[in-house]
Design a protein around this ligand. Sequence first.
Ligand code: ADP
Ligand code: NI
Length: 215
Amino acid sequence: MSQNLIQNTIVFVKEKLEGAEAGHDWFHIERVWKLSKKIAGAENCNLEVVELSALLHDIADPKFHDGDETLALKISNEFLKSQNVSDELIEQVLFIIKNISFKNRGEVPDVLPIELQIVQDADRIDAIGAIGIARTFNFGGFKNNLMYHPDIQPKLNMAKEEYKKSQGTTINHFHEKLLLLKDLMNTKTGKDLAQERHDFMLNFLDQFSREWNVE
Ligand code: ADP
Ligand code: NI
């Protein structure tokens, strides 16, 4: 694997994500990249595909680009071509970027390539635990959403279009997504890492509720 290519990708991604919302910035990418390498250590996989996909997976999140789901693919394709990456490798990386997202989970093939399973687990692990809580409240604040409202109930199993438009509270996001992630892990390492972070979120929600309901 070319370390030069990985280094060039890091420089490219850092520059592109300058000024991004703190939950989807370079540091999210860096954590997902490191988690991906950790998970990949226990799997038989193409590490170059894993690393490039982890680094490029949020290069143009549709949430921040008027819902455009093709922009990230376009940008990644152009970048990888400029680095003389083979067509086969580009195809593998683009497939992962296209199919990694939680909201698209109803639309992906039943059997996922191991490289996608790894990066998806890493992205989901960074969505839970203490970091997950911080990212979620940061995003909720960014959207000017309520933290919590006793009369607004979580909506489970929202269809993709509804999920994207959902104007719920940040606490509801835990029930609509974050608490579901533990059981969606693909790899053994992912499952192990997710359990501790899941339990931490349950403690947080319990404490939040006790502090909210002042006696
Ligand atoms: P994916 O890219 O897997 O579809 P999202 O981009 O929707 O997932 O979510 C990534 C992270 O952004 C979430 O884990 C959460 O921290 C934050 N986030 C997304 N939607 C919301 C929301 N409605 N309220 C609070 N945080 C959110
Ligand atoms: Ni991500």
